[in-house]
Design a protein around this ligand. Structure first.
Ligand SMILES: Cc1ncc(COP(=O)(O)O)c(C=O)c1O
Length: 389
């Protein structure tokens, strides 16, 4: 069997239809969208069509869609842009959580070094922050609330609609990192009522290096990346035309197939959990929500009986050798592998945190791959557990 790729929360393969939509913009319609001649005008039309389509899918206005280089840039631009608009008026507090993606936490930390106060709301063991927690934390100094929609490691879904209501009532801009929810579960900006959200194409079968920052009209925000007058002076830089048309196509396909993909992921998840129950009863646990999260992200911790657990890196490497690609969400900092900051926050037992893997499905995965995975996992765990105990 070909290697099994169960790391779709990290990135996905580009859909062939998306690629086909993009190809002419590399070679034939390669113009600069800001040029006044026909090569430029053709590209401008493609960019504005994509913007309109994306706005329609999100139930936003085209003027509220800003193309960026991806989720990281969108998160940075949201947080730093609102903070620079509001901090001169004394609003210097940022409310977020300790299980956000680093693309949110690191900009918040960098603003802290410039005088911001960062308030981290504690998630429950399912990775959820409630609207009441946000309500309690907001003060007249709050500049922005930034809380993710779906967590990339454990798949929990925050109640962003309720959080947005609390923020709106308090007059505080609310940004949500929707990188893992857009294209997977319904995201309608009017229904959710948030001010800003971040999108990344490569998580939804689109290309890498392109994303969107949605900024609701009227949100206090100063453009972050300055340069040319692209994106109505809100994001300098020559437009990535193949990326932009690819993102719009990827979103369109995800919207069309959302229900079918969801049903597929539910079936794959059920099969894998049944298989784990049959083979490893009592020896594994699901980190984060058992039922209420997104179906395509499953985080499993293995119980070894030893206080340190398994070596997570070795577990990944051994699975890789066997042709299984998963992740453990850990970060490699200065050469040393740190356990995942998300699991450290929501899982009490360090041995489980160390011995966890994240499985994330994509539309290309199959039931046969689950059987293959379970067989290989059994062999790897058998060997590793003997060493650990
Ligand atoms: C929740 C979340 N936010 C932001 C990002 C960063 O997106 P990008 O890779 O497009 O910069 C990721 C990617 O891993 C993510 O999962």
């Amino acid at each position: 069997m070909d290697p099994v790729y169960f790391d779709n929360a990290a990135t996905t393969p580009v859909d062939p239809d998306v690629l086909e939509t993009m190809l002419p913009y590399f070679t034939e319609d390669f113009g600069n969208a800001d040029a006044a001649h026909q090569f430029g005008r053709n590209c401008k039309v493609a960019v504005e069509d994509a913007r309109e389509n994306i706005a329609r899918l999100l139930n936003a206005e085209p003027s509220e869609i800003i193309f960026t280089s991806g989720g990281t840039e969108s998160d940075n631009a949201a947080i730093k842009g609102v903070y620079s608009a509001l901090s001169p008026a004394g609003k210097n507090e940022i409310i977020t959580s300790p299980i956000e993606h680093h693309a949110v936490m690191h900009p918040a930390e960098s603003l802290k070094r410039q005088g911001a106060k960062v308030i981290y709301l504690k998630p429950n063991s399912d990775g959820i922050i409630t609207a009441d927690q946000v309500k309690e934390a907001i003060t007249d100094k709050t500049a922005i609330v930034s809380l993710m929609h779906v967590n990339n490691e454990i798949g929990s879904i925050n109640p962003v609609k309720e959080i947005a209501t609390v923020c709106r009532e308090a007059g505080v801009p609310f940004h949500s990192d929707t990188v893992q929810s857009v294209g997977k579960i319904p995201v309608d900006v009017k229904e959710l009522g948030l001010n800003m959200l971040s999108i990344s194409a490569h998580k939804i079968y689109g290309p890498k290096g392109i994303g969107v920052l949605y900024v609701k009209n009227g949100t206090p925000w100063i453009p972050w990346l300055q340069g040319g007058s692209q994106e109505r002076r809100r994001r300098g830089g020559t437009s990535n035309i193949p990326g932009i048309v690819g993102l719009a196509k990827a979103m369109e396909l995800c919207w069309e197939n959302m229900e079918a993909h969801t049903q597929k992921f539910i079936a794959l998840r059920k099969k894998i959990i049944n298989g784990l129950e049959n083979r490893f009863k009592g020896k594994f646990t699901i980190n984060g929500p058992k039922e209420s999260g997104v179906p395509h992200i499953l985080n499993i911790g293995f119980k070894t009986g030893s206080s340190r657990g398994l070596d997570g890196e070795m577990l990944l490497l051994n699975l890789d050798i066997e042709g299984i690609c998963v992740s453990n969400g850990s970060a490699c900092t200065s050469g040393a592998t740190e356990p995942s900051h998300v699991l450290q926050e929501v899982v009490e037992d360090d041995a489980i945190t160390n011995s966890s893997i994240r499985i994330s499905f994509g539309k290309q995965n199959s039931e046969e791959e689950i059987d293959f995975f379970l067989d290989k996992l059994e062999g790897v765990l058998d060997r590793m557990m003997k060493v650990a105990s």
